[in-house]
Design a protein around this ligand. Structure first.
Ligand code: FPP
Length: 243
């Protein structure tokens, strides 16, 4: 059995999850793909509350990528409806668990109702302190870096910033969630081993753990196992660690 060491310092500050395999989970059972997404939303709740209970500072979930817009229109519509339903119903769980909700991505592309609920949840949970749940929605890592570069260029053009002042910290300050800790651990379900345009700037030193379960069947025990794997890694950040 994998043991989680819950000592401070052992629990990653920032975990990012690529929730993969919803469609395959449904297909295996002879069901429509959307049923996998619906069950996947229940798993989102379980992993979010467990993360807050473990003392994780920030959990970023890849809920909808910039590439996902090119899925069949029916599936996109279903996912947006599911997102709206989730945002509508999730507030009591967030408040009960002292979780703050945020979102990253090109949010202006989301349907108006989802955006309004996102704003409502963001405002209502702004004072919560146990954990920040960041939903990556209409998110692309390259888009994020492009948007940050554009914002920096605009500041240069306005005479507010000299190009010589542009460094990693300046770019970081123009990302979608400025000031958030770097990603320590990326977990991807369904046995896939790709980053798929997820947090390329923030996850440069992240440990990557790929797990076999499909997202709708991913359990809290599987999550603990991924954390155990993380804790067994030797993180060096390019340095030599003396024994
Ligand atoms: C990948 O499965 C998952 C997604 C594209 C979206 C993630 C969405 C959820 C977990 C449900 C809703 C989330 C919220 C926050 C309400 P896939 O469809 O790519 O699976 P496949 O690779 O097996 O086809």
């Amino acid at each position: 059995m994998i043991h989680i060491n819950a000592d401070i310092g052992e629990i990653p500050r920032h975990i990012a999850v690529i929730m993969d395999g919803n469609g395959r989970w449904a297909k295996k059972r002879g069901w429509v793909r959307t049923r996998g997404h619906r069950t996947g939303a229940d798993v989102v709740r379980a992993i979010t509350t467990e993360s807050a209970a473990l003392g994780i500072e920030r959990l970023t979930l890849y809920a909808f990528s910039s590439e996902n817009w090119s899925r069949p229109e029916r599936e996109v519509r279903f996912l947006m409806g599911l997102l709206t339903e989730y945002l509508d119903g999730e507030l009591p769980t967030l408040q009960d668990n002292n979780i703050r909700m945020e979102a990253i991505g090109r949010l202006d592309r989301l349907p108006e109702q989802a955006r309004a609920l996102l704003d409502r949840n963001r405002e209502a949970t702004a004072g919560n302190t146990a954990m920040t749940l960041s939903l990556a929605l209409s998110y692309g890592g390259r888009d994020e870096i492009v948007d940050a570069c554009r914002a920096l260029a605009q500041r240069v053009a306005a005479g507010e910033l000299d190009p010589s002042e542009i460094d990693a910290a300046a770019l970081d300050a123009h990302l979608y969630a400025p000031g958030s800790p770097d990603v320590d651990l990326v977990v991807r379900t369904a046995g896939e081993q790709r980053l798929s345009n997820f947090l390329p700037w923030e996850a440069v030193y992240a440990e990557y753990v790929s797990v076999a379960p499909l997202w709708p069947e991913f359990t809290v025990a599987d999550f603990h196992a991924a954390l155990g794997e993380y804790q067994s890694r030797d993180r060096r950040f390019g340095r030599v660690i003396e024994p």
